[in-house]
Design a protein around this ligand. Structure first.
Ligand code: IMP
Length: 430
Protein backbone atom coordinates (compact mmCIF):
# COMPACT_ATOMS: atom_id res chain seq x y z
CA UNK A 1 0.00 0.00 0.00
CA UNK A 2 1.26 3.50 -0.80
CA UNK A 3 -0.33 6.81 0.09
CA UNK A 4 1.28 9.46 -2.06
CA UNK A 5 0.81 13.17 -1.47
CA UNK A 6 1.22 15.47 -4.46
CA UNK A 7 1.94 19.05 -3.46
CA UNK A 8 2.90 22.22 -5.29
CA UNK A 9 6.38 23.47 -4.28
CA UNK A 10 6.01 27.01 -5.58
CA UNK A 11 2.95 29.27 -6.05
CA UNK A 12 0.68 26.76 -7.77
CA UNK A 13 0.31 25.89 -11.45
CA UNK A 14 3.34 23.58 -11.26
CA UNK A 15 1.67 20.90 -13.37
CA UNK A 16 0.07 18.90 -10.55
CA UNK A 17 -2.94 17.99 -12.70
CA UNK A 18 -0.79 16.32 -15.33
CA UNK A 19 1.29 14.38 -12.81
CA UNK A 20 -1.68 13.33 -10.70
CA UNK A 21 -3.27 12.03 -13.90
CA UNK A 22 -0.03 10.20 -14.78
CA UNK A 23 0.33 8.64 -11.31
CA UNK A 24 -3.37 7.78 -11.09
CA UNK A 25 -2.74 4.79 -13.31
CA UNK A 26 -1.46 2.96 -10.21
CA UNK A 27 -3.81 4.54 -7.68
CA UNK A 28 -7.17 3.24 -6.46
CA UNK A 29 -8.37 6.51 -4.95
CA UNK A 30 -7.52 10.15 -5.65
CA UNK A 31 -8.53 12.69 -3.00
CA UNK A 32 -8.56 16.50 -2.78
CA UNK A 33 -8.04 17.85 0.75
CA UNK A 34 -8.27 21.65 0.47
CA UNK A 35 -9.22 24.56 -1.74
CA UNK A 36 -12.18 24.78 -4.06
CA UNK A 37 -12.90 25.86 -7.60
CA UNK A 38 -10.14 28.46 -7.33
CA UNK A 39 -7.88 25.64 -8.58
CA UNK A 40 -7.44 24.83 -12.26
CA UNK A 41 -5.82 21.48 -13.04
CA UNK A 42 -5.02 21.00 -16.70
CA UNK A 43 -4.77 17.45 -18.02
CA UNK A 44 -4.05 16.58 -21.65
CA UNK A 45 -4.53 13.16 -23.20
CA UNK A 46 -5.58 11.77 -26.59
CA UNK A 47 -4.87 15.33 -27.77
CA UNK A 48 -7.79 16.60 -25.71
CA UNK A 49 -7.40 19.17 -22.97
CA UNK A 50 -9.37 18.97 -19.71
CA UNK A 51 -9.43 21.64 -17.04
CA UNK A 52 -10.69 20.42 -13.68
CA UNK A 53 -11.42 22.86 -10.88
CA UNK A 54 -12.91 20.90 -8.01
CA UNK A 55 -13.14 17.27 -9.03
CA UNK A 56 -9.87 15.31 -8.57
CA UNK A 57 -8.03 14.53 -11.81
CA UNK A 58 -8.43 10.78 -11.06
CA UNK A 59 -11.94 10.95 -12.50
CA UNK A 60 -10.45 10.97 -16.03
CA UNK A 61 -8.99 7.50 -15.37
CA UNK A 62 -12.17 6.04 -13.86
CA UNK A 63 -10.79 5.96 -10.32
CA UNK A 64 -12.66 6.71 -7.09
CA UNK A 65 -12.28 10.50 -6.78
CA UNK A 66 -12.92 12.07 -3.40
CA UNK A 67 -13.52 15.68 -2.45
CA UNK A 68 -12.47 15.67 1.21
CA UNK A 69 -13.93 17.58 4.15
CA UNK A 70 -11.17 20.21 3.98
CA UNK A 71 -12.25 21.37 0.52
CA UNK A 72 -14.96 23.99 0.01
CA UNK A 73 -17.73 23.39 -2.48
CA UNK A 74 -19.58 25.78 -4.72
CA UNK A 75 -22.43 23.45 -5.72
CA UNK A 76 -23.31 25.39 -8.89
CA UNK A 77 -19.71 25.18 -10.14
CA UNK A 78 -19.45 21.54 -9.11
CA UNK A 79 -22.65 20.66 -10.89
CA UNK A 80 -21.40 22.34 -14.10
CA UNK A 81 -18.15 20.36 -13.86
CA UNK A 82 -20.08 17.11 -13.36
CA UNK A 83 -22.23 17.82 -16.41
CA UNK A 84 -19.18 18.61 -18.56
CA UNK A 85 -17.55 15.32 -17.60
CA UNK A 86 -20.78 13.39 -18.21
CA UNK A 87 -20.95 14.90 -21.70
CA UNK A 88 -17.53 13.32 -22.30
CA UNK A 89 -19.00 9.94 -21.26
CA UNK A 90 -17.04 9.84 -18.01
CA UNK A 91 -19.04 7.82 -15.45
CA UNK A 92 -18.96 10.47 -12.75
CA UNK A 93 -21.86 8.90 -10.78
CA UNK A 94 -19.84 5.76 -10.25
CA UNK A 95 -16.58 7.34 -9.12
CA UNK A 96 -17.18 10.74 -7.53
CA UNK A 97 -17.50 10.88 -3.72
CA UNK A 98 -18.00 14.08 -1.74
CA UNK A 99 -17.44 14.55 1.97
CA UNK A 100 -20.70 15.29 3.74
CA UNK A 101 -18.89 17.74 6.05
CA UNK A 102 -17.20 19.87 3.36
CA UNK A 103 -18.24 23.51 3.68
CA UNK A 104 -20.44 25.28 1.15
CA UNK A 105 -19.48 28.35 -0.84
CA UNK A 106 -22.64 30.48 -0.57
CA UNK A 107 -23.66 33.40 -2.82
CA UNK A 108 -22.51 36.01 -0.29
CA UNK A 109 -19.03 34.45 -0.13
CA UNK A 110 -18.43 35.19 -3.80
CA UNK A 111 -19.80 38.71 -3.43
CA UNK A 112 -17.67 39.47 -0.34
CA UNK A 113 -14.54 38.06 -2.00
CA UNK A 114 -14.95 40.49 -4.89
CA UNK A 115 -16.00 43.48 -2.75
CA UNK A 116 -13.09 43.01 -0.32
CA UNK A 117 -10.65 42.99 -3.21
CA UNK A 118 -12.20 46.22 -4.47
CA UNK A 119 -11.81 47.84 -1.04
CA UNK A 120 -8.15 46.73 -0.85
CA UNK A 121 -7.39 48.64 -4.05
CA UNK A 122 -3.66 48.52 -4.86
CA UNK A 123 -3.09 46.14 -1.96
CA UNK A 124 -5.45 43.52 -3.37
CA UNK A 125 -4.49 39.84 -3.05
CA UNK A 126 -5.52 39.12 -6.62
CA UNK A 127 -7.91 36.34 -5.59
CA UNK A 128 -9.76 34.22 -8.12
CA UNK A 129 -13.02 35.83 -6.92
CA UNK A 130 -14.58 32.42 -6.29
CA UNK A 131 -15.49 33.12 -2.65
CA UNK A 132 -12.83 30.81 -1.21
CA UNK A 133 -11.44 33.16 1.47
CA UNK A 134 -14.84 34.19 2.90
CA UNK A 135 -15.98 30.54 2.99
CA UNK A 136 -12.96 29.47 5.06
CA UNK A 137 -13.39 32.57 7.23
CA UNK A 138 -16.96 31.50 8.07
CA UNK A 139 -15.82 27.93 8.71
CA UNK A 140 -13.30 29.14 11.31
CA UNK A 141 -15.70 31.61 12.94
CA UNK A 142 -18.32 28.82 13.12
CA UNK A 143 -20.67 30.62 10.75
CA UNK A 144 -20.21 28.14 7.93
CA UNK A 145 -22.72 25.69 6.47
CA UNK A 146 -21.73 22.15 5.45
CA UNK A 147 -23.05 19.89 2.71
CA UNK A 148 -24.84 17.66 5.24
CA UNK A 149 -26.64 20.67 6.75
CA UNK A 150 -28.77 20.83 3.60
CA UNK A 151 -30.18 17.35 4.30
CA UNK A 152 -32.49 18.95 6.86
CA UNK A 153 -34.15 21.89 5.02
CA UNK A 154 -35.55 23.37 8.25
CA UNK A 155 -32.14 23.37 9.93
CA UNK A 156 -30.48 24.75 6.77
CA UNK A 157 -32.90 27.67 6.70
CA UNK A 158 -32.47 28.33 10.43
CA UNK A 159 -28.67 28.46 9.98
CA UNK A 160 -29.04 30.95 7.14
CA UNK A 161 -31.48 33.07 9.15
CA UNK A 162 -29.00 33.20 12.01
CA UNK A 163 -26.05 34.08 9.75
CA UNK A 164 -27.57 36.48 7.24
CA UNK A 165 -28.29 39.55 9.44
CA UNK A 166 -24.54 40.09 9.91
CA UNK A 167 -23.86 39.62 6.18
CA UNK A 168 -26.65 41.98 5.18
CA UNK A 169 -25.47 44.58 7.68
CA UNK A 170 -21.97 44.45 6.15
CA UNK A 171 -23.46 44.79 2.68
CA UNK A 172 -25.52 47.83 3.61
CA UNK A 173 -23.30 49.77 5.99
CA UNK A 174 -19.73 48.73 5.21
CA UNK A 175 -19.81 48.01 1.48
CA UNK A 176 -22.74 50.39 0.93
CA UNK A 177 -24.34 48.05 -1.59
CA UNK A 178 -28.09 47.68 -2.18
CA UNK A 179 -27.96 43.90 -2.53
CA UNK A 180 -29.45 41.98 0.44
CA UNK A 181 -29.41 38.18 0.77
CA UNK A 182 -32.59 36.22 1.50
CA UNK A 183 -32.61 32.90 3.38
CA UNK A 184 -35.64 31.79 1.40
CA UNK A 185 -33.98 32.42 -1.98
CA UNK A 186 -30.70 30.75 -1.02
CA UNK A 187 -32.61 27.77 0.39
CA UNK A 188 -34.56 27.31 -2.82
CA UNK A 189 -31.46 27.50 -5.00
CA UNK A 190 -29.22 25.34 -2.80
CA UNK A 191 -31.79 22.67 -1.97
CA UNK A 192 -32.14 22.20 -5.73
CA UNK A 193 -28.39 21.49 -5.93
CA UNK A 194 -28.60 19.24 -2.90
CA UNK A 195 -31.14 17.00 -4.63
CA UNK A 196 -28.70 16.59 -7.53
CA UNK A 197 -25.60 16.09 -5.37
CA UNK A 198 -26.86 14.08 -2.39
CA UNK A 199 -26.11 10.70 -3.95
CA UNK A 200 -22.38 11.59 -4.05
CA UNK A 201 -22.14 12.37 -0.32
CA UNK A 202 -20.28 10.08 2.08
CA UNK A 203 -18.04 9.96 5.14
CA UNK A 204 -14.87 10.47 3.14
CA UNK A 205 -12.51 9.84 6.06
CA UNK A 206 -14.09 6.41 6.56
CA UNK A 207 -13.94 5.64 2.86
CA UNK A 208 -10.25 6.58 2.53
CA UNK A 209 -9.16 4.87 5.77
CA UNK A 210 -11.02 1.66 4.86
CA UNK A 211 -9.24 1.67 1.49
CA UNK A 212 -5.86 2.17 3.20
CA UNK A 213 -6.63 -0.71 5.60
CA UNK A 214 -7.38 -2.90 2.59
CA UNK A 215 -3.94 -2.12 1.13
CA UNK A 216 -5.11 0.17 -1.65
CA UNK A 217 -3.02 2.98 -3.17
CA UNK A 218 -4.22 6.49 -2.45
CA UNK A 219 -3.12 9.74 -4.08
CA UNK A 220 -3.74 13.01 -2.28
CA UNK A 221 -4.00 15.82 -4.80
CA UNK A 222 -2.91 19.22 -3.46
CA UNK A 223 -4.27 22.40 -4.99
CA UNK A 224 -2.40 25.75 -5.23
CA UNK A 225 1.17 25.60 -3.85
CA UNK A 226 3.38 25.78 -0.75
CA UNK A 227 3.80 29.58 -0.84
CA UNK A 228 0.03 30.10 -1.04
CA UNK A 229 -0.42 28.18 2.25
CA UNK A 230 -2.23 30.37 4.80
CA UNK A 231 0.34 29.57 7.54
CA UNK A 232 3.61 29.16 5.64
CA UNK A 233 3.06 31.14 2.44
CA UNK A 234 3.77 34.75 1.55
CA UNK A 235 1.07 36.08 3.89
CA UNK A 236 -1.23 37.97 3.28
CA UNK A 237 -0.80 37.11 -0.42
CA UNK A 238 -1.97 33.54 0.05
CA UNK A 239 -5.06 31.41 -0.36
CA UNK A 240 -7.14 30.58 2.73
CA UNK A 241 -6.32 26.91 3.24
CA UNK A 242 -3.39 24.70 4.23
CA UNK A 243 -1.95 23.65 0.91
CA UNK A 244 0.95 21.77 2.52
CA UNK A 245 1.01 18.00 2.95
CA UNK A 246 0.06 18.61 6.61
CA UNK A 247 -3.36 19.74 5.35
CA UNK A 248 -4.11 16.17 4.28
CA UNK A 249 -4.55 14.97 7.86
CA UNK A 250 -7.25 17.48 8.75
CA UNK A 251 -8.61 17.85 5.20
CA UNK A 252 -9.21 14.13 4.68
CA UNK A 253 -9.32 12.76 8.22
CA UNK A 254 -6.20 10.61 7.77
CA UNK A 255 -3.44 10.12 10.36
CA UNK A 256 0.05 11.45 9.53
CA UNK A 257 1.70 8.00 9.70
CA UNK A 258 -0.48 6.84 6.80
CA UNK A 259 1.25 9.11 4.25
CA UNK A 260 4.14 7.14 2.79
CA UNK A 261 5.54 9.50 0.12
CA UNK A 262 5.33 13.22 -0.51
CA UNK A 263 6.08 14.31 -4.07
CA UNK A 264 6.73 18.02 -4.53
CA UNK A 265 5.97 19.33 -8.00
CA UNK A 266 8.14 22.21 -9.21
CA UNK A 267 8.33 23.93 -12.55
CA UNK A 268 11.81 24.20 -14.09
CA UNK A 269 11.32 27.96 -13.62
CA UNK A 270 8.87 29.90 -11.39
CA UNK A 271 5.45 31.46 -11.92
CA UNK A 272 2.89 33.22 -9.79
CA UNK A 273 -0.67 34.53 -10.39
CA UNK A 274 -1.98 37.36 -8.27
CA UNK A 275 -0.10 39.81 -6.06
CA UNK A 276 2.73 39.29 -3.59
CA UNK A 277 6.50 38.90 -3.35
CA UNK A 278 8.33 37.03 -6.10
CA UNK A 279 12.10 37.57 -5.82
CA UNK A 280 13.10 35.93 -9.13
CA UNK A 281 10.37 37.59 -11.21
CA UNK A 282 11.59 38.75 -14.63
CA UNK A 283 9.89 41.94 -15.75
CA UNK A 284 11.66 41.91 -19.09
CA UNK A 285 11.80 40.09 -22.43
CA UNK A 286 13.04 36.90 -20.78
CA UNK A 287 9.94 36.84 -18.54
CA UNK A 288 7.75 37.50 -21.57
CA UNK A 289 9.49 34.70 -23.47
CA UNK A 290 8.85 32.23 -20.59
CA UNK A 291 5.17 33.26 -20.52
CA UNK A 292 4.81 32.67 -24.27
CA UNK A 293 6.80 29.42 -24.46
CA UNK A 294 5.12 28.04 -21.35
CA UNK A 295 1.61 29.32 -22.23
CA UNK A 296 1.55 30.85 -18.76
CA UNK A 297 -2.04 32.03 -18.44
CA UNK A 298 -4.24 31.06 -15.46
CA UNK A 299 -6.40 27.97 -16.01
CA UNK A 300 -9.20 29.40 -13.84
CA UNK A 301 -9.16 33.13 -14.56
CA UNK A 302 -7.08 33.38 -17.77
CA UNK A 303 -4.82 35.98 -16.13
CA UNK A 304 -1.21 36.18 -17.43
CA UNK A 305 1.12 34.51 -14.93
CA UNK A 306 4.18 36.34 -13.63
CA UNK A 307 7.33 34.44 -14.67
CA UNK A 308 10.91 34.15 -13.41
CA UNK A 309 13.91 31.87 -12.91
CA UNK A 310 13.93 28.76 -10.73
CA UNK A 311 14.21 29.73 -7.06
CA UNK A 312 16.09 27.07 -5.10
CA UNK A 313 15.58 28.97 -1.83
CA UNK A 314 11.81 28.58 -2.12
CA UNK A 315 11.84 24.96 -3.21
CA UNK A 316 14.30 23.99 -0.45
CA UNK A 317 11.89 25.60 2.02
CA UNK A 318 9.02 23.65 0.41
CA UNK A 319 10.97 20.39 0.85
CA UNK A 320 11.23 21.11 4.58
CA UNK A 321 7.66 22.36 5.08
CA UNK A 322 6.03 19.40 3.33
CA UNK A 323 8.50 16.64 4.17
CA UNK A 324 8.97 16.16 0.42
CA UNK A 325 10.54 12.76 -0.28
CA UNK A 326 11.15 13.40 -3.98
CA UNK A 327 10.58 16.07 -6.59
CA UNK A 328 8.91 16.13 -9.97
CA UNK A 329 10.33 18.80 -12.27
CA UNK A 330 7.91 19.95 -14.97
CA UNK A 331 7.96 22.06 -18.13
CA UNK A 332 11.68 21.55 -18.80
CA UNK A 333 10.91 21.78 -22.52
CA UNK A 334 9.99 25.46 -22.01
CA UNK A 335 13.71 26.12 -21.38
CA UNK A 336 14.85 24.33 -24.57
CA UNK A 337 15.84 27.51 -26.42
CA UNK A 338 17.87 29.25 -23.71
CA UNK A 339 21.61 29.71 -24.12
CA UNK A 340 21.99 30.02 -20.37
CA UNK A 341 19.65 29.45 -17.44
CA UNK A 342 19.76 30.92 -13.94
CA UNK A 343 18.97 29.45 -10.51
CA UNK A 344 18.57 31.65 -7.41
CA UNK A 345 20.53 30.24 -4.48
CA UNK A 346 20.01 33.06 -1.92
CA UNK A 347 18.76 36.67 -1.70
CA UNK A 348 20.37 39.92 -0.69
CA UNK A 349 18.48 42.75 1.01
CA UNK A 350 19.31 46.46 0.37
CA UNK A 351 21.49 46.60 3.55
CA UNK A 352 23.69 43.82 2.10
CA UNK A 353 22.32 41.04 4.34
CA UNK A 354 22.25 37.59 2.71
CA UNK A 355 19.14 35.44 3.20
CA UNK A 356 19.10 31.68 2.72
CA UNK A 357 15.33 31.54 3.54
CA UNK A 358 12.50 33.77 2.32
CA UNK A 359 12.00 36.27 5.21
CA UNK A 360 8.44 36.30 6.67
CA UNK A 361 8.10 40.11 6.46
CA UNK A 362 7.87 41.27 2.87
CA UNK A 363 8.84 44.89 3.40
CA UNK A 364 11.99 45.16 1.30
CA UNK A 365 13.07 44.33 -2.22
CA UNK A 366 15.21 41.20 -2.25
CA UNK A 367 17.78 40.77 -5.02
CA UNK A 368 18.32 37.13 -5.96
CA UNK A 369 21.85 35.77 -6.03
CA UNK A 370 22.07 33.63 -9.13
CA UNK A 371 24.28 30.94 -10.48
CA UNK A 372 24.28 30.48 -14.23
CA UNK A 373 23.98 27.18 -16.11
CA UNK A 374 24.57 26.27 -19.69
CA UNK A 375 21.34 25.72 -21.69
CA UNK A 376 20.81 22.57 -23.78
CA UNK A 377 19.39 24.35 -26.86
CA UNK A 378 17.66 21.36 -28.41
CA UNK A 379 14.06 20.07 -28.39
CA UNK A 380 13.30 17.68 -25.54
CA UNK A 381 9.56 16.97 -25.97
CA UNK A 382 9.94 13.63 -27.68
CA UNK A 383 12.57 12.23 -25.32
CA UNK A 384 11.19 9.35 -23.28
CA UNK A 385 14.34 7.98 -21.58
CA UNK A 386 16.46 9.63 -18.93
CA UNK A 387 19.74 8.65 -20.61
CA UNK A 388 18.68 10.36 -23.84
CA UNK A 389 18.20 13.74 -22.16
CA UNK A 390 20.83 16.36 -23.11
CA UNK A 391 23.79 16.38 -20.65
CA UNK A 392 23.24 20.09 -19.84
CA UNK A 393 19.63 19.32 -18.81
CA UNK A 394 20.75 16.44 -16.61
CA UNK A 395 23.32 18.63 -14.89
CA UNK A 396 20.64 21.35 -14.38
CA UNK A 397 18.43 18.76 -12.66
CA UNK A 398 21.29 17.41 -10.57
CA UNK A 399 22.12 20.91 -9.38
CA UNK A 400 18.48 21.59 -8.44
CA UNK A 401 18.36 18.32 -6.51
CA UNK A 402 21.57 19.21 -4.67
CA UNK A 403 20.41 22.74 -3.81
CA UNK A 404 16.95 21.78 -2.54
CA UNK A 405 18.00 18.58 -0.74
CA UNK A 406 15.63 16.17 -2.51
CA UNK A 407 16.04 13.49 -5.17
CA UNK A 408 14.16 13.75 -8.45
CA UNK A 409 11.60 11.02 -9.19
CA UNK A 410 9.76 12.44 -12.22
CA UNK A 411 10.65 14.64 -15.17
CA UNK A 412 8.07 16.21 -17.44
CA UNK A 413 8.96 17.51 -20.90
CA UNK A 414 5.46 18.23 -22.27
CA UNK A 415 1.78 18.40 -21.37
CA UNK A 416 0.85 14.90 -22.56
CA UNK A 417 0.93 11.76 -20.40
CA UNK A 418 3.60 10.21 -22.61
CA UNK A 419 5.92 13.16 -22.12
CA UNK A 420 6.94 11.99 -18.66
CA UNK A 421 10.20 10.31 -17.62
CA UNK A 422 10.47 8.32 -14.40
CA UNK A 423 14.16 7.96 -13.52
CA UNK A 424 13.41 6.31 -10.19
CA UNK A 425 9.98 4.62 -9.70
CA UNK A 426 11.02 3.33 -6.26
CA UNK A 427 10.86 6.88 -4.99
CA UNK A 428 7.12 6.97 -5.82
CA UNK A 429 5.55 3.61 -5.04
CA UNK A 430 6.63 1.09 -2.38
P1 IMP B 1 -8.06 32.69 -3.70
O1 IMP B 1 -7.58 31.30 -3.47
O2 IMP B 1 -9.04 32.82 -4.82
O3 IMP B 1 -8.53 33.34 -2.43
O4 IMP B 1 -6.79 33.58 -4.18
C1 IMP B 1 -5.68 33.83 -3.30
C2 IMP B 1 -4.36 33.77 -4.07
O5 IMP B 1 -4.12 32.42 -4.48
C3 IMP B 1 -4.34 34.60 -5.35
O6 IMP B 1 -3.03 35.10 -5.53
C4 IMP B 1 -4.65 33.59 -6.44
O7 IMP B 1 -4.14 33.99 -7.70
C5 IMP B 1 -3.92 32.38 -5.90
N1 IMP B 1 -4.48 31.10 -6.39
C6 IMP B 1 -5.63 30.48 -6.00
N2 IMP B 1 -5.78 29.32 -6.65
C7 IMP B 1 -4.71 29.18 -7.45
C8 IMP B 1 -4.29 28.15 -8.35
O8 IMP B 1 -4.93 27.13 -8.53
N3 IMP B 1 -3.10 28.37 -8.97
C9 IMP B 1 -2.34 29.47 -8.75
N4 IMP B 1 -2.69 30.46 -7.92
C10 IMP B 1 -3.87 30.31 -7.27
Amino acid sequence: MTCVAIVGSQWGDEGKGKLVDFLTERADIVARYQGGNNAGHTVKFQDKKFILHLIPSGILRNKVSVIGNGAVIDPAALFTEIEELKNLNIPVEKYLKISNTAHLVLPYHRVFDQLREKVRGDDKVGTTGRGIGPTYTDKITRSGIRMIDMSDPKYFKQRLEAILPEKNCLMKYYFQEDLQFSAQEICEEYLGYYQKLKSYLCDSSLLINDAIDQGRNVLFEGAQGTFLDVDHGTYPFVTSSNTLSGGICSGCGVGPMKITKVIGIAKAYTTRVGSGPFPTELLNDTGEFLRKEGAEFGATTGRPRRCGWFDAVLVRQAVRLNGITSLAITKLDVLDKFESIKIATAYQSPDGKIHSELPPLHNEELTPIYEEHEGWQCPTQNITEYDKLPPALISYLKRISELVHAPISLISVGARREETIVPNPNLIWV
